[in-house]
Design a protein around this ligand. Structure first.
Ligand code: KG4
Ligand code: ZN
Length: 340
C-alpha cells in the first residue's frame, strides 16, 4: 500500500510518500518546508501566517514528492493528513488539500493524530523498535511518557501538568534573548557553559509519579536571567544549567517509567529528541541498565510528513484506520491521544 500524506499542524509543511509491504514501511520520498524564517521576526508562530504559507507550499511539495518517487498519482492507495492536535487554520489547509486530492483520485483519506505520527516515527528509522516499549514524547506542545504495546495501543503513564519540555526550552531561550525556535539555539549556547553553574529547580523530580512540570523552572530562569552580569560566559552558564534541569527531569522520569512498566526498551520521539545532551545522557543511563534505546534520526524527530504517512499506513494495515470517501472533513485542534 502507498500513502501520500500532509502534515500542517504548526509551522512546517511536510509531505511524504510511504509504502508498506508485508509490515515493512519504506519512505519513498518526502519534502518539507519550515516556516522558521517567516515567524522569527515575531518570536513565535503567527497562526494566520502559518495557514497562508501552508496553502502556498502544500501542492508544490506534493508534486516534488511524487516526482522524486517517480510515480504518478494513480499509484496512491490513500491520502493521509494530520487531523489534530494543532493550529486550527493550519490543520484545515492540510486536511482540505488531502481531501480534495483524494476526491479527485477517487481514493480514501486517512486522518492521523499528530502525536501518533511522532510515536510511530521510529519505525521509519534505520534501527526500528519492536513493541512493547516506553515512549518519551517530547515536542513543542507535549511532554508525555507512554506505554506503547502495539499500533493504537497507547497507555499514558505521565505527562506535563503545565508547559511542555520544548516550551521550557523555547521560553527560557527567549529570556536569554535567543531567536525562535529557542530549543536548538539554547542547546548550542549551552555547549559553552557549565551545567552546574546556576542552581535551578527540578519540579516534581521526586513526586513519585511520572508527571512533569516546567513552569516553575521558567520562572527560576527569569529570575536568574535578571541577575546576569551581561557577560557571554554567564549567559552560556544559564543556558547550560537550564538544559541540565530539563534533561535531568526527562531522563529520571523515563527511567522511572521503565522501572514501573518493567520494560527494557525506550523510544524517544518529538522535536526535543534532537537535543544532544538528552541523547548522550539517555544513552549512558540506558547502557548502564541494559535498556535498548531508540532515537529516530533528527529529521524524523521534528515535524515531518513521513511520520503522518507512516501512521496512516500502519493504522490502515492494523485495521484501525477509518478510510473516508467523504468530500467533507473536520479538524481537531485539541485531541487527546487516548481518543484515537
Ligand atoms: O516535534 P516538534 O518539531 O514540533 C511539535 O510538534 O511541537 O518539536 C518542536 C520543539 C521546539 O520546542 C524546539 O525548540 C524543540 O522541539 N527542539 C529542541 C531541539 N531541536 C528542536 N529542543 C532542544 N534541543 C534541540 N536540539
Ligand atoms: Zn510535532
Amino acid at each position: 500500500m502507498r500513502i501520500l500524506a500532509f502534515e500542517s499542524s504548526c509551522d512546517e509543511t511536510g509531505v511524504a510518500l510511504v509504502e508498506l509491504e508485508q509490515g515493512r514501511p519504506r519512505l519513498l520520498a518526502q519534502a518539507l518546508h519550515s516556516q522558521i524564517d517567516l515567524h522569527q521576526a515575531y518570536g513565535g508562530v503567527v497562526p494566520e501566517l502559518a495557514s497562508r504559507d501552508h496553502i502556498r507550499r502544500a501542492l508544490p511539495l506534493a508534486r516534488q514528492v511524487m516526482a522524486e518517487a517517480g510515480l504518478g498519482l494513480d499509484a496512491l492507495d490513500a491520502v493521509g493528513y494530520t487531523q489534530g492536535p494543532g493550529l486550527a487554520g493550519a490543520l484545515l489547509v492540510g486536511a482540505g488539500v488531502a481531501v480534495a486530492l483524494a476526491a479527485a483520485l477517487g481514493k480514501p483519506t486517512i486522518a492521523v493524530h499528530h502525536l501518533e505520527g511522532h510515536l510511530l516515527s521510529p519505525f521509519l528509522s534505520v534501527d526500528p523498535p519492536e513493541f512493547p516499549f516506553v515512549c518519551l514524547l517530547v515536542s513543542g506542545g507535549h511532554t508525555q511518557l507512554m506505554r506503547v504495546s502495539g499500533v493504537g495501543q497507547y497507555e499514558l503513564l505521565g505527562e506535563t501538568i503545565d508547559d511542555a519540555a520544548g516550551e521550557a526550552f523555547d521560553k527560557s531561550a527567549k529570556l536569554l534573548g535567543l531567536p525562535y525556535p529557542g530549543g536548538p539555539h539554547l542547546a548550542k549556547l549551552a555547549e559553552q557553559g557549565r551545567a552546574d553553574a546556576i542552581a535551578l529547580p527540578r519540579p516534581l523530580l521526586h513526586s513519585g509519579d511520572l508527571d512533569f512540570s516546567f513552569a516553575g523552572l521558567k520562572t527560576a530562569v527569569l529570575t536568574a536571567s535578571r541577575k546576569l552580569d551581561g557577560s557571554a560566559g554567564a549567559r552560556a552558564d544559564l543556558a547550560a544549567s537550564t538544559q541540565a534541569a530539563i534533561v535531568e527531569l526527562l531522563v529520571k522520569k523515563s527511567l522511572a517509567a521503565l522501572k514501573q512498566t518493567a520494560l527494557n526498551r525506550l523510544v524517544v520521539a518529538g522535536g526535543v529528541g534532537a537535543n544532544r545532551s538528552l541523547r548522550e545522557q539517555l544513552t549512558q543511563a540506558c547502557a548502564r541498565r541494559g535498556v535498548r534505546l531508540h532515537f529516530p534520526e533528527l529529521s524524523l524527530c521534528t515535524d515531518n510528513g513521513a511520520m503522518i504517512a507512516l501512521a496512516a499506513a500502519m493504522r490502515w494495515q492494523a485495521g484501525l484506520a477509518k478510510p473516508s470517501m467523504a468530500a467533507s472533513f473536520e479538524v481537531r485542534p485539541r485531541w487527546p491521544l487516548a481518543e484515537v
